[in-house]
Design a protein around this ligand. Structure first.
Ligand SMILES: Cc1cc2nc3c(=O)[nH]c(=O)nc-3n(C[C@H](O)[C@H](O)[C@H](O)COP(=O)(O)OP(=O)(O)OC[C@H]3O[C@@H](n4cnc5c(N)ncnc54)[C@H](O)[C@@H]3O)c2cc1C
Length: 243
C-alpha cells in the first residue's frame, strides 16, 4: 500500500505516503470518469480550431454547464453542483487536458465571481447573480488587476464614488479573463482609504452605459480564453450591486 500511485494525470500524481492518506471516493471516481469521457468527446475535438481562430468557446461552455461544471462547488440551493474542492480540482484537470483555454474560463467562473458572491453576497444577490452563474446561463469576469496593481492588488486606484443612492465607477482594469464576453463583471474599486480595507466589490452588468472592452490581448497561447482591458467611464450602478 505504501507509496502506491492512486491517481495520476499530466499534472498530479497522488500517492500514498506515511503522512498522507488520500484516495478518491467511489463517488469522486464515478464523477471523474464521466467528466473524462465527456471532455474527450465534447471538448477536445474542438480545441485546436478554437485556439487557431481565437473564437470564445461558447459551445464547450454550454456543454460543461449541462454537466454542472460552471458552478461546481456552489451549493445546490444556489444552482450549483455542490461538489467538494478536491472533486472540482480533479474535474478541472480533465477539462484542462482537453482544452486549456476552456479550463481557464471555467476556473475563473468557479473560483472568483461565484465565490465572491457566495461568501459575501446578500440572498438577493445570490438569487439574481449567483444562480445564473452557477447554472452556466451567465459567464462571469473578475476585475481586480490594474496596470499599476498586479501582485499587490490592494494598491488599486480605480474609484467608486457615491452619487445619491448609486455609485459611479471610473477607471481601467487589465488582463481580464472573458472580458467583452462575460455577462457580469465583479469589479473591485476604491470606496475608502488606502489599502485592502478601502476596496469594495460591485457587480456590473454587460451593457451598462460607460462599460467598454479592449481587443483580446495577443497571448502566446490560451487564445480562446480572451484577456482584455475593461474600461469604466462613469459607470452607474445601484447600491444593491455592491457585494
Ligand atoms: C492569462 C491571464 C489571465 C488573467 N486573468 C485575470 C482576471 O480574470 N482578473 C484579474 O483581475 N487579473 C487577471 N490577470 C492578471 C494577473 O492576476 C496578474 O498578471 C498578476 O496578478 C500579476 O500582476 P502583474 O502582471 O502586474 O505583474 P507584476 O505585479 O508587475 O509582477 C511582475 C513580476 O514581479 C514579481 N514581483 C512583484 N512584486 C514583487 C515584490 N514585492 N517582490 C518580489 N517580486 C515581486 C512578480 O512575482 C512577477 O514575477 C490575468 C493574467 C493573465 C496573464
Amino acid at each position: 500500500m505504501k507509496d502506491r500511485p492512486i491517481y495520476s494525470s499530466i499534472f498530479t500524481e497522488v500517492r500514498y505516503t506515511e503522512s498522507m492518506h488520500f484516495q478518491p471516493t467511489e463517488e469522486q471516481n464515478l464523477i471523474l470518469s464521466s467528466v473524462k469521457d465527456f471532455c474527450r468527446t465534447h471538448i477536445a475535438p474542438l480545441s485546436k480550431s478554437y485556439d487557431s481562430s481565437g473564437e470564445f468557446p461558447w459551445p464547450q461552455l454550454r456543454n460543461l454547464a449541462q454537466m454542472g461544471l460552471l458552478g461546481a462547488t456552489v451549493p445546490e440551493e444556489w444552482g450549483g453542483a455542490g461538489l467538494d474542492s478536491v472533486t472540482y480540482a480533479l474535474c478541472l484537470e480533465e477539462i484542462a487536458k482537453a482544452d486549456a483555454s476552456v479550463a481557464v474560463i471555467v476556473s475563473v467562473q468557479n473560483g472568483l465571481p461565484e465565490q465572491m458572491i457566495l461568501q459575501h453576497g446578500t440572498s438577493e444577490q445570490k438569487e439574481k447573480y449567483l444562480k445564473p452563474l452557477a447554472r452556466g446561463e451567465k459567464i462571469g469576469a473578475f476585475c481586480l488587476t490594474e496596470a499599476g496593481a498586479g501582485s499587490d492588488p490592494s494598491s488599486l486606484a480605480m474609484r467608486a464614488t457615491k452619487d445619491g443612492t448609486d455609485w459611479l465607477l471610473e477607471g481601467q482594469k487589465v488582463w481580464i479573463t472573458s472580458g467583452g464576453q462575460a455577462d457580469l463583471y465583479l469589479t473591485m474599486a476604491r470606496t475608502g482609504g488606502a489599502g485592502a480595507r478601502g476596496v469594495s466589490c460591485f457587480v456590473v452588468e454587460k451593457g451598462t452605459p460607460g462599460l467598454s472592452f479592449g481587443k483580446p490581448e495577443e497571448k502566446m497561447g490560451l487564445h480562446a480564453a480572451h484577456t482584455t482591458t475593461v474600461q469604466f467611464d462613469r459607470v452607474r450602478v445601484p447600491d444593491t450591486a455592491r457585494v
